[in-house]
Design a protein. Sequence first.
Length: 419
Amino acid sequence: MNHFDITDGVLHAEQVSLAEIAREVGTPVYVYSRGTIARHARVFREALAGVGRVHIAFAVKANPNLAVLRLLAKEGYGADVVSEGEMRRALAAGIPAQEVVFSGVGKTTRELVAALEAGIGQFNLESEEEGHELADIAEARGLVASCALRVNPDVDAKTHAKISTGKAENKFGVAYDRAAGIYARLAARPGLMMRGLAVHIGSQITDLEPSRQAFAKMGDLMRAIRADGFAVTHMDLGGGLGVPYKTTDVLPGPAEYGAMVADVTKDWDVTVMFEPGRVIVGNAGLLVTEVVRVKQGTGAPFVVVDAAMNDLARPAMYDAWHDFDAVAPSGETMVANIVGPICESSDTFAMGRTIDVVKAGDLAVFRTAGAYGATMANTYNSRALVPEVMVDGDKWALVAARIEPSTILAAEQVPDWLA
Ligand code: LLP
């Protein structure tokens, strides 16, 4: 469900015409619907009503825009962060430090210190080595860090290999068989308060069975650790729930996910923590682009748009599908290849796709771009960093300005010895 619909022949975000935003801000530009994000945040929370004590930390990496984080803070969401930069954003958005969870396989010393001093709620430790380093840092300062141990359950999430994280060969977490021993050794450190376990097996998950298996294994491990005499009061089940990228996609939604979790965790007696990203923001954003020109090919024509793989990397990186629709569709369709202007063939959004008829100067959108869209943008080919807009009813605001190539050029300099 989203709030991007055609009104009077023109695609709108809530009550604002995308043509108006494109005219004012230029293209390409990301547009988010406040109403859609808020709705998804509520639907996800309500779906967990049967789970008992719950803590939801939005995975900031999915969409770190300050306005998006502010909106989620107002919905009572905490934050799952993977860098000091993400932590600073979450705090700047008004998310209390106690509601912040720090995940990530390569937290640096500097990041551990910063997060400890900020008083974040939980460190998800990715290794025994990281746990001992954090303990040293905390003990030197007379502080205690609340921690969960991330475990690799060796379960295949059945998603794209590049976004799968829970198989034994993946870099994340500690091996399942070693977890109880590591938990015991870390619990002995005065600088750490070991309070739970964490798991996250992958992203864009469209089959709940692997998650159910992974969570059940985590339940067994929790019971074993308790039997060893240690407390386990928090179980972090990560994120990963997928979203429909095609109108024809049928996949489990928050309600089915919530029912599965309620069933698996019914006798756990813990606070169950979640780190959703995509399911909250994915369908709440789209990327507006202008057609530069339509170029004849040997087969289907190439629709060359002014958005590129630097603005939306997912098709180039994961062969991801994003629906492409004209902002003012005529009702006619054509078969085309949709490409960006960047000088490599991976800058291709779709091949042989049936789309609305478009011509040079027309506006179009890539849908379901609210998650892992702007956040993965870069400036390859010395292009601008793409701007972001948020719509709320009939009003809208620029929530991230376009960063021009001239600003980036200004940060560079030629050394004296080359002048
Ligand atoms: N928690 C942890 C520890 C994670 O690594 C991730 C995502 C999440 C939560 C949120 O997962 P979500 O609910 O959004 O699936 N760039 C890729 C996705 C990478 C996901 C990385 N980790 C893409 O565009 O598909």
